[in-house]
Design a protein around this ligand. Structure first.
Ligand SMILES: Nc1nc2c(c(=O)[nH]1)N[C@H]1C(S)=C(S)[C@@H](COP(=O)(O)OP(=O)(O)OC[C@H]3O[C@@H](n4cnc5c(=O)[nH]c(N)nc54)[C@H](O)[C@@H]3O)O[C@H]1N2
Ligand SMILES: Nc1nc2c(c(=O)[nH]1)N[C@H]1C(S)=C(S)[C@@H](COP(=O)(O)OP(=O)(O)OC[C@H]3O[C@@H](n4cnc5c(=O)[nH]c(N)nc54)[C@H](O)[C@@H]3O)O[C@H]1N2
Ligand SMILES: [Mo]
Length: 565
């Protein structure tokens, strides 16, 4: 919910299927134009950088969209320094130029897509100057980006959390997909879309039924046919399957209201990772019983009634599905220490204690995978043809892979999209979003955006303990433009207080002449008085329930007033 839900819902709605990359990474070096929207691969997915560097060596034109300069934007030929949260409007500007200057692929649109006329009507009614004003990107830059992407024979668009972790994240991604469709750059060699997945198995997680509205194989829990299929495989009554639950942050609200009283927490640290963190902590304290399954005593585990120690990834065996939809097998490198159990063993033991042990009689991770193969059969994410034996021999297989003799699917949508009529669904995305985003005002004059740095991982539970990583970044910081800093009397490298309507934190200032003047950036890897989620609001994207991690209005001031003498 907090990571991939906007990209997943956008691809499902537009294409009828959500797989991170529609092509394999091996095509990236050969594409002619790349748009990197809200993604910092150089710091967050450094292992895929060589594909993009190769593309650049081969002459690809790279356009980056980010409110600040990063190691990724430095690689770009054109950097659009967009105002935080304004990417949907920027995409409308690109669409307008592409359509009005005839960079469209009319035959592709006619044969492969629905909804083009409405999109055309809307974007041609807009004024480029107004879009430039709204987004902070000069119109000549919008024109240049659209022309470069439009005129090339191939192109790819990648999005990540910068455009997705917004209260209109799902619609924003759909607007970038509109660009691919009007230019016919999808379902073809060296042309397509990529949602840069968050974690190693982030793709796998989103197709096995982890979200409270899903079932394995990317089936949906509210779909009667899907319910029957899975109930049959699990050997249960369809009526015993629950209906869909609420999203991650909505659960916290229900805990606060006393509607949820117990929580089983596996692999998450919500009082640091969820928005509106002061409220989250207060709510979790109301739980009658909290169990945390973790290898470390995270900030949230500290509140638990019971902590169950679990194995780490190097002690685990299992499959992982990467951002391409490539299923790989990783064998365990170490045996289990002491009394520690695997996550899956803990789940089976709990099922036994609840009297449902016969449905969880697994003896190995492989047995669970065998069930997934069958459960996903015929579904969108079909793993039926993938086996441990094949994975050991072939290295990795891209789903859908419906039978043992199927090679896997490297490129999606070559002849049709996954909707019933085979067509992609374009949609009009209004410049003005449904849920208004907090805007800077007299009291809170600056945009705050949040994200990551190379040396730490997520809420920092696993990396703040490493002395070598901590030596690189010992504490949190705030990136601020020197001119903005001077306006608020903030020297470089001093402690400052940042306040929003929800709370405040204290971090060290870091001047940067390459960030927008109206924006500050704070990473989210630190807890307690440096937990940036104390500042972020509880507003969610109505489509996918993604929080708006990337836009808040804040004020900043030095902790110690400096006196001039
Ligand atoms: N080192 C490291 N690597 C990681 C992680 C980590 O914590 N540390 N986490 C992993 C996970 S779970 C994920 S999800 C990925 C995330 O990978 P990314 O999405 O690449 O990482 P972020 O830093 O969250 O955001 C990317 C960029 O979006 C920009 N941005 C902020 N607001 C906006 C906006 O309104 N519009 C646009 N266009 N851009 C904006 C930020 O300045 C930032 O450079 O990384 C994974 N890799
Ligand atoms: N402000 C702001 N907030 C954000 C984001 C942002 O960009 N800005 N990004 C969001 C994103 S993209 C993400 S993915 C979330 C992440 O949010 P969380 O998943 O809540 O954060 P993690 O730090 O990954 O917490 C993982 C916990 O699981 C434990 N763990 C690690 N491996 C295992 C294992 O094998 N088994 C078990 N049981 N436990 C394990 C770790 O020790 C840690 O305590 O944060 C989100 N929050
Ligand atoms: Mo993530």
């Amino acid at each position: 919910r907090l990571c991939m839900s906007a990209a997943a819902s956008a691809a499902s709605q537009t294409f009828g299927m959500d797989r991170g990359l529609t092509n394999s990474l091996s095509e990236v070096p050969f594409t002619k134009c790349i748009i990197l929207a809200g993604t910092n691969i150089a710091e967050c997915q450094p292992t895929i950088m060589p594909y993009f560097e190769k593309a650049k060596q081969n002459g690809a034109y790279i356009i980056a969209v980010d409110p600040r300069e990063t190691a990724t934007t430095k690689m770009a030929d054109l950097h659009l320094k967009v105002k935080p949260g304004m990417d949907a409007a920027l995409a409308n500007g690109l669409l307008k130029v592409i359509i009005e200057e005839d960079f469209t692929d009319e035959a592709f649109i006619r044969e492969r897509a629905n909804g083009y006329n409405e999109v055309k009507e809307y974007v041609t009614s807009l004024k480029l100057e107004e879009i430039a004003e709204m987004t902070g990107v000069p119109s000549d830059q919008i024109q240049k980006a659209a022309a470069m992407f439009g005129k090339e024979e191939s192109g790819m668009i990648f999005t990540a959390r910068g455009v997705e972790q917004q209260t209109d994240g799902s619609a924003t991604v759909r607007n970038f997909l509109n660009i691919l469709i009007v230019t016919g750059k999808i379902g073809k060699v060296n042309s397509g879309y990529g949602a840069i997945t968050g974690q190693g198995n982030g793709q796998g997680a989103r197709e096995h039924g982890q979200k409270a509205d899903q079932l394995p194989g990317y089936r949906m829990i509210e779909n009667e046919e899907h319910r029957l299929h899975i109930a049959r495989i699990w050997g249960i009554d369809e009526a015993d399957l629950p209906r869909k639950g609420v999203s991650a942050y909505e659960m916290i609200e229900k805990i606060n209201e006393g509607e949820i009283t117990g929580m089983f927490l596996m692999c998450s640290n919500p009082i640091v990772s969820n928005p509106n963190a002061n409220f989250v902590k207060k709510a979790l304290k109301k739980l009658k019983f909290l169990v945390a399954v973790d290898m470390f005593v995270s900030e949230t585990a500290r509140l638990a009634d019971l902590i169950l120690p679990t194995s780490s990834y190097l002690e685990d065996e299992g499959t992982m599905t990467n951002l391409e939809g490539r299923v790989t097998l990783r064998e365990a490198s170490f045996s289990l220490p002491g009394e520690v159990k695997h996550d899956w063993q803990i789940i089976c033991d709990i099922a036994k204690a609840l009297g449902k042990g016969e449905h969880f009689s697994f003896q190995s991770a492989k047995e669970i995978f065998e069930e997934l193969r069958v459960a996903s059969r015929g579904g969108t994410a079909d793993y039926y043809g993938i086996t441990y034996d094949r994975l050991r021999k072939e290295g990795g297989i891209l789903w859908p892979c419906p039978s043992i003799d199927h090679k896997g699917t490297k490129r999606l949508f070559e002849t049709s999209f996954a909707h019933q009529d085979g067509k992609a669904a374009m949609v009009v995305v209004n410049n003005v979003p449904l849920v208004p985003k907090e805007q800077p005002c007299t009291d809170f004059p600056l945009y705050l955006t949040t994200g990551r740095i190379m040396s730490h991982y997520l809420t920092g539970v696993q990396t703040r303990k490493s002395s070598s990583l901590s030596a690189r970044n010992f504490e949190s910081f705030m990136e601020i433009h020197p001119e903005t800093a001077k306006k608020y009397h903030i020297p470089d490298n001093t402690l400052v207080k940042i306040e929003s309507r929800r709370g405040s934190i204290v971090v060290r200032s870091k001047w940067s002449a390459t960030i927008r003047h109206d924006t500050i950036f704070v990473p989210f890897h630190w807890a307690d008085s440096q937990n940036v989620n104390h500042l972020v609001s509880q507003d969610l994207d109505p489509t996918c329930k993604m929080p708006g991690f990337k836009v808040s209005a804040v004020k900043v001031h030095p902790i110690v007033e400096l006196t001039s003498n």
